[in-house]
Design a binder for this molecule. Structure first.
Ligand SMILES: *[C@@H]1O[C@H](CO)[C@@H](O)[C@H](O)[C@H]1NC(C)=O
Ligand SMILES: *[C@@H]1O[C@H](CO)[C@@H](O)[C@H](O)[C@H]1NC(C)=O
Ligand SMILES: *[C@@H]1O[C@H](CO)[C@@H](O)[C@H](O)[C@H]1NC(C)=O
Ligand SMILES: *[C@@H]1O[C@H](CO)[C@@H](O)[C@H](O)[C@H]1NC(C)=O
Ligand SMILES: *[C@@H]1O[C@H](CO)[C@@H](O)[C@H](O)[C@H]1NC(C)=O
Ligand SMILES: *[C@@H]1O[C@H](CO)[C@@H](O)[C@H](O)[C@H]1NC(C)=O
Ligand SMILES: *[C@@H]1O[C@H](CO)[C@@H](O)[C@H](O)[C@H]1NC(C)=O
Length: 915
């Protein structure tokens, strides 16, 4: 597989924290801007950020037609900066990472602002990245007005919009597609068509020519008017660097200046099936929850400057009602593991339980020693009895947390298997938690746990997890109890592997794990099991052996901590017992080698808490595998899904631009979970496992003048790695809707259709695309239905009744490249023909229409004229597109440099890179 394009590129970022932005009225509150810890103290940066956010809030309000602005923004200042009272000091139990992250530039990596990791159209990204050098330079950084750029990134991050400037790449040449065929001309990719500018070869500084494939040569660009003379007002996702830009494109606009250009082959059109940015925003919950405000509303955000100390304050709350009888032992072992190895030193931990009433079992205790941990573990409950008053338990934790001075940001982790049946009820005590900013995480144990858990966690900004007690060999109890604590220090716990083991007496169980070059600090291998005595846990790595034999004094967990920084490589684990059978969960985790290290991580991206299948609804799952800022490709990624009735299934996630996956090789791996892969409604727990043996990272290459323009990225092999991540609980409804009959499922739409070759002599065209499957992305399809029309809308809305081109292609395996040469019968000059393709399956179900490409007979003399005739000097003779813009922010940077260099009569080749 080769790199085709990147949606956006991730820099640094240790984890994907749960964003707690909320929308009250028209205002976004609790938008978190983080200033990276390694940024040198500089108060000027903070005032630049404040002015920037105030300006961006106004621009966002205008661009969103008076719907959205920033109402409350928190800027988190590094702890090392001196504080003379100008920053509010707060403490938090978990390290929530910023929505907007300000970071130092990285040497040899371009400082483009970007929004990281966009899984699909309408699904938001993970965070927004800006660098300090860009913030200090402001408009001179070459990206245009930075407040406008922030609105652009917000479009990616919040609403899942894609770029409208040319970033889509040709499947074969990897060159960026900058033009499309329209009415005999090559039109620049742009939204809207009401943007004026110049088409020219920026390397030769002359008019553009056609290349051997009949398309504009790769150095041919469109330079829009972007300065004070610019008149274009849209679009935000396309031309944010043009001074006059203030609006998103809208399909329904009656004003040509904001009218969406659905013909342009850009990522937004490809992935959002030709819909405009505004169409996508209108489908977002934010839009549905608001109505436009007054144009004169005050949009100035309240900006809070905070210094945050990460000091965990956790109350572990365990259900000890009668029904917990069968699970209390396992819960105790898993919580013992959490207390002994996961929660960092200096954290405060308390333990409470509930049945008819709440009981405080251990007061909030600061962990400073091994004996603090032992004494906490000793107080975990072991007996069960009585009814279930969840509210009473929460109240007990709440009152105990109040004894600490800092309450906001403390955490209650509730584990329960039942429904509340005695007051006080959750509803009664919840206002106390939300009022004090206490976060409630929940673990639903088994199929009878209260349905409300998911929702109440969400209301407090917490997460919910699920452990299916019916699933054989499940690791999810230990996984889920560890999960909320993995980011309770500045250096997050990175999980390498978890697996369940069952070993008979005297047998030796063997497994292994790998340490890659990004992790190795505080590496722990542990077995959570009921009887630890006589368990022999041995680890071997080259000449080294680490061993631990359980004793009668050990409880619930046995572990080995590898001293110092664990060496890179493979480690073998041997597990045995001479006296009894072992059944338990082996878990292996570590931390970043250093704070500066770009860590390899897998993160499960935005998933809906509830999936209700319908005839049209698909259930996509996305995981991002990144090493710092760089997408990891060729990784093996799978999801293990466990449901309430104890069934488990495994699904492969792919990064192949078909099915649920919208971009090839961008480090985002996806799959659909089809109803036939499930066997029950209700809660699911999903564990994502990734391993890399032939994996590579995609490294952005900073090119110096004269190097190969097409070489924007380079694949670089990386060593083997293993990672595991847990998704939050998902509840499934109506899985039976399709009656498990996958015959009804049609192929996925093709999102990768492109025109790859044109013969202007005989008007034959070659189109290529990636094959999709018989059922979405699985199995070979049966055929293709190719349609064309000279009316874009007709093709889009009524493909059935448009002309066909009989191709007779036998579809290849999903993901393989299909190529087809065609000719339009009776092709007319001055007409544009639109072409799309759909895959057809063995039941004659047709997939949704692909992205649409256009062809026309080239009759624009500009592209044929002899170079010498038209060239006088430089830009002056280049073709002026009456209407156009498209090349975005990147091109702008290049242009700034370009124009400067032209004055020196030297033309550089500059990088061209997605923002
Ligand atoms: C409360 O938090 C502040 C700042 O995080 C800290 O200075 C103070 O010592 C904390 N108080 C307690 C009792 O932990
Ligand atoms: C355009 O506007 C019409 C009339 O208000 C509406 O019916 C239609 O759904 C709109 N289309 C889009 C794409 O929003
Ligand atoms: C909420 O907290 C207050 C103050 O601690 C307490 O008096 C009250 O009983 C709590 N509310 C409930 C419903 O527990
Ligand atoms: C559970 O794990 C054991 C080995 O540890 C294996 O033999 C058994 O097949 C597994 N059972 C299931 C249902 O996966
Ligand atoms: C523990 O297991 C390892 C590996 O199986 C073995 O080499 C070692 O002798 C065992 N130790 C004891 C004390 O049994
Ligand atoms: C530029 O890249 C293309 C495609 O990767 C390659 O075929 C060509 O040889 C390269 N040219 C130079 C000068 O490196
Ligand atoms: C699917 O297509 C590939 C060619 O791409 C072919 O080798 C394979 O046999 C086909 N599979 C089936 C089940 O027809």
């Amino acid at each position: 597989m080769r790199l085709i394009f990147l949606v956006s590129v991730c820099l640094s970022g240790l984890s994907i924290a749960v964003s707690t932005i909320s929308l009250t009225g028209n205002g976004y509150t609790d938008v978190l801007v983080t200033v990276a810890d390694d940024i040198a103290e500089n108060t000027q940066l903070i005032s630049i950020l404040q002015d920037w956010l105030i300006e961006a809030s106004r621009k966002l309000y205008i661009a969103s037609k008076y719907r959205f602005f920033f109402e409350k923004v928190i800027i988190r200042i590094p702890e090392a900066w001196s504080n003379n009272g100008q920053y509010i000091v707060t403490s938090a139990s978990t390290n929530r990472e910023g929505d907007i992250r300000i970071e130092n530039p990285i040497q040899d990596v371009r400082s483009n602002p970007y929004a990281c990791c966009l899984p699909a159209c309408g699904v938001g990204g993970q965070y927004i990245h800006f660098t300090t050098d860009v913030m200090f330079k402001g408009e001179n950084a070459g990206f245009g007005n930075l407040a406008t750029v922030l609105v652009h990134e917000w479009g990616h991050y919040r609403w899942g919009l894609f770029d409208e400037y040319p970033t889509s790449r040709d499947t074969y040449t990897r060159e960026i597609i900058r033009f499309y065929s329209h009415n005999g001309r090559w039109e620049p990719v742009r939204c809207t068509t009401e943007i004026f500018g110049t088409i020219f070869n920026y390397v030769s500084n002359r008019n553009c020519r056609l290349d051997s494939r009949g398309k504009p040569e790769s150095d041919c660009i469109f330079r829009p008017e972007y300065g004070v003379k610019a008149t274009a007002i849209a679009s935000m996702m396309g031309s944010a660097y043009i001074k006059s830009i203030s609006q998103f494109c809208d399909s329904n606009s009656t004003d040509e200046r904001t009218k969406h250009n659905s013909e342009a082959p850009n990522k937004h059109n490809d992935k959002c099936s030709g819909q405009s940015s505004w169409d996508i925003i209108k489908q977002h919950n934010d839009y549905k929850a608001t109505s436009p405000g007054s144009p004169f509303a005050n949009t100035r955000p309240q900006i809070i400057l905070q210094q945050t100390q990460i000091i965990g304050r956790f109350c572990l709350l365990v259900d000890v009602s009668g029904s917990m009888q069968n699970f209390i032992g396992d819960a105790k072992d898993a919580l013992t593991t959490v207390i002994k190895t996961i929660i960092p030193n200096e954290s405060y931990v308390g333990i409470a339980s509930f049945n008819d009433n709440g009981q405080l079992l251990k007061r909030m205790t600061k962990i400073t020693s091994e004996s603090d941990r032992n004494s906490l573990a000793y107080n975990l409950p072991t007996t069960t009895d009585g009814s279930t008053s969840i509210g009473a338990g929460i109240e007990t934790c709440y009152q105990e947390l109040l004894t600490l001075h800092n309450v906001t940001g403390s955490v209650i982790y509730l584990a329960t298997d039942g429904k509340e049946n005695k007051s006080p009820y959750i509803e009664e005590v919840l206002p106390n938690l939300t009022g004090k900013g206490i976060v409630l995480h929940t673990l639903a144990i088994g199929s009878s746990a209260d349905e409300k858990l998911n929702n109440i966690s969400k209301m407090t900004g917490g997460s919910s997890y699920f452990y299916s007690t019916n699933t054989v060999n499940s690791t999810s109890l230990v996984d889920a109890l560890m999960e909320p604590f993995t980011d309770s220090s500045k250096d997050k716990i990175i999980r390498i592997k978890t697996l369940h083991t069952k070993i008979l007496t005297q047998q030796v169980f063997e497994t292994n794990f790998v340490i890659d070059d990004t992790i190795g600090k505080d590496t722990i291998v542990q077995l959570t099991t009921h009887v630890v005595r006589d368990v022999n846990l041995t680890i071997k790595h080259s000449e080294m052996t680490f061993a631990k034999i359980g004793t009668a004094g050990d409880n619930g967990v046995i572990y080995i901590k590898i001293p110092g920084i664990a060496q890179i490589g493979k480690y073998d684990i041997f597990l045995s017992s001479t006296t009894h059978d072992i059944s338990g969960t082996l878990s292996i985790f570590s931390k970043a080698v250093s704070a500066k290290q770009a860590v390899l991580q897998v993160n499960v991206l935005n998933t809906e808490p509830e999936i209700q299948y319908s005839a049209v609804l698909r259930f996509p799952l996305y995981a991002a595998v990144y090493k710092g800022s760089m997408p990891v490709i060729n990784a093996a990624v799978k999801a293990v899904i466990e449901n309430e009735i104890g069934d488990s299934s495994t699904i492969i996630l792919k990064d192949n631009a078909i099915g649920a996956n919208v971009s090839l090789n961008d480090g985002i791996y996806s799959c659909y979970i089809l109803p036939n892969e499930l066997s029950a409604n209700g809660r699911l727990s999903i564990k994502v496992i990734t391993e890399g043996y032939s994996a590579k990272v995609v490294v952005p290459v900073t090119r110096s003048p004269g190097t190969n323009f097409t070489d924007d990225f380079k694949d670089q092999p990386i060593g083997p790695f293993m990672r595991v991540a847990l998704a939050r609980e998902i509840t499934v409804k109506d899985y039976k809707l399709l009656d498990k009959n996958i015959d009804l499922i049609s192929p996925s739409p093709i999102l990768t259709l492109q025109l790859s070759n044109i013969s202007n002599e005989d008007n034959t065209y070659t189109m290529t695309w990636y094959a999709v499957g018989d059922d979405l992305d699985k199995g070979n399809a049966t055929g293709y239905d190719i349609r064309y029309s000279d009316k874009f809308q007709k093709l889009k809305t009524d493909p059935e009744h448009q002309q066909t081109i009989h191709a007779g292609i036998i579809p290849k395996e999903p993901g393989e490249t299909e190529s087809f040469v065609f000719r339009i019968p009776n092709i007319q000059t001055n007409t544009t023909y639109y072409i799309a393709v759909r895959a057809v399956d063995d039941q004659n179900n047709t997939g949704d229409l692909s992205n649409i490409i256009s062809v026309s007979i080239l009759n624009d003399q500009y592209w044929f004229e002899d170079e010498k005739k038209k060239t006088t000097n430089g830009l002056s003779i280049a073709f002026v597109a009456g209407i156009s813009i498209g090349t975005v922010i990147i091109v702008f940077i290049f242009l700034v440099c370009f124009i400067t260099l032209i004055k020196k009569r030297k033309v550089p080749r500059m990088s061209n890179y997605a923002v």
